[in-house]
Design a protein around this ligand. Structure first.
Ligand code: SF4
Ligand code: SF4
Length: 402
């Protein structure tokens, strides 16, 4: 009904609607944050955290969100990804509330909430469901190999007769397409969550070209400094004792071994692919040596974390969620079976090569296809969060100086 009065302009809603979830603490506790209810908000953990800086304080802020049931705040807070679990906050908490473990469970929660269709729930809600979800693709692969393999030549090793290269190529394309789309979808959800949280802050007045330059520079810097060299990891060091600090160094190198080993294996696969599909004129020995060395390096890194989780002698390894085991087992056996394929191949053991090749493909493809929904997803969420935080902070600083 027209009233004749001037309509009041609508106020742009910038603050995200606050939803309280009374089950949030229960959910977080199921994923590892068993003791966090003991927190009495003293702030000691934030004061001691080597990665907590003004504007990006952790972990107390997130603990308050959790206690208040603010689930959207937890997943829209980039600080969840800024912690590398050195455990210093846990060793110094006067209430033994284990804030480091809380941060880990908040990351598990964020992986679930950022996955499209909540697919990641299948890998975090129950062990049985998780095993079923992990088995789906390997069983499909096994069915395909059982019905589509080529002749089994035993007087010499001919892997690509046994499993035709075209078949691997097509399967690889399907896996990579699914992986690419899933990564994009999940990062988009994460970006939307982070943007909701940042929506309340006034936008800095910075020219579009300068803004684009800042974002690009931040992307390159984060790619080199934080992804390839993982500099923040070196800062996340529990200095409460010399022994703790030494353990932190081992953890850093084990993490680097897993990361660079995986990257080396991806490189070896690409070289092989280039030789087979595009006639790349390099010796196949390059990809084989790179594959063997990378596989060993990745296995050493994964074995270190498996050993730590069995031994439970550090803050980060005292509790292991089954999602931690899934990731480590896929990594370790992906590397081990790849190593076995190459060893049997050089030893001229045809049947052993074919069997280990099938198992290796099952582990490797499973690792890749489940990447956006398992613990492996931290490899995409953490650099993405760091990029957004860095670029936004720099745009904001540039706005103050213009
Ligand atoms: S987790 Fe511990 S150190 Fe941190 S605010 Fe709570 S009681 Fe204090
Ligand atoms: S585990 Fe380390 S980086 Fe993470 S919140 Fe605690 S002190 Fe900070």
């Amino acid at each position: 009904m027209a009233t004749g009065s001037t309509p009041r302009p609508r106020r742009k809603v910038t603050e995200m609607a606050v939803q309280v979830d009374s089950h949030l603490m229960t959910d977080l506790k199921k994923m590892g944050a068993f003791d966090i209810s003991a927190c009495y908000n003293c702030g000691n953990c934030t004061a001691i955290c080597p990665l907590s800086v003004e504007g990006h304080e952790l972990p107390r802020k997130l603990i308050r969100y959790a206690i208040l049931g603010l689930k959207d705040k937890i997943v829209s807070c980039p600080e969840v990804w800024l912690c590398y679990f050195c455990g210093e906050c846990s060793t110094s908490c006067p209430r033994t509330a284990d804030p480091g473990q809380f941060m880990m469970s908040a990351r598990r929660y964020a992986i679930r909430r950022c996955s499209f269709g909540r697919v990641a729930d299948a890998f975090y809600s129950s062990k049985l469901l998780s095993l079923l979800a992990l088995s789906v693709f390997p069983l499909i692969l096994l069915g395909i190999f059982a019905t589509s393999h080529g002749p089994i030549i035993t007087d010499e090793v001919d892997m690509w007769s046994f499993i035709p290269m075209d078949l691997i190529h097509e399967l690889g394309l399907i896996v990579m397409a699914f992986l690419g789309l899933s990564v994009l979808a999940n990062l988009f959800i994460m970006y939307r969550n982070l943007s909701r949280a940042a929506g309340a802050a006034p936008s800095a007045k910075v020219k579009l070209t300068r803004r684009a330059g800042i974002w690009l520079k931040a992307l390159i810097t984060i790619g080199i400094v934080e992804v390839l060299a993982q500099r923040r990891f070196t800062k996340c060091d529990d200095n409460s004792s010399e022994a703790q600090s030494k353990k932190g160094t081992y953890k850093y190198w084990a993490h680097m071994a897993v990361f660079w080993g995986f990257l080396g294996l991806a490189g070896a696969t690409l070289i092989d692919y280039g030789i087979n599909e595009y006639g790349l004129t390099v010796s196949r020995d390059i990809s084989r040596v790179l594959g063997i060395v990378s596989g060993i390096v990745m296995m050493i890194g994964a074995a270190y974390f498996i050993y730590k989780r069995v031994k439970k002698d550090e803050v980060f390894s005292t509790f292991s969620h089954f999602s931690d085991w899934i990731f480590l087992i896929l990594l370790f056996f992906g590397g081990l079976t790849g190593f076995m394929v190459t060893s049997f191949l050089y030893a001229g053991m045809a049947e052993a090569t074919y069997i280990s090749l099938v198992i290796h493909l099952m582990f490797s493809f499973d690792l890749l296809i489940t990447l956006p929904f398992t613990k492996f997803a931290h490899a995409m969420y953490r650099p993405f969060a760091l990029w957004i935080v860095t670029a936004r902070d720099q745009v904001s600083a540039a706005g103050k100086t213009t």
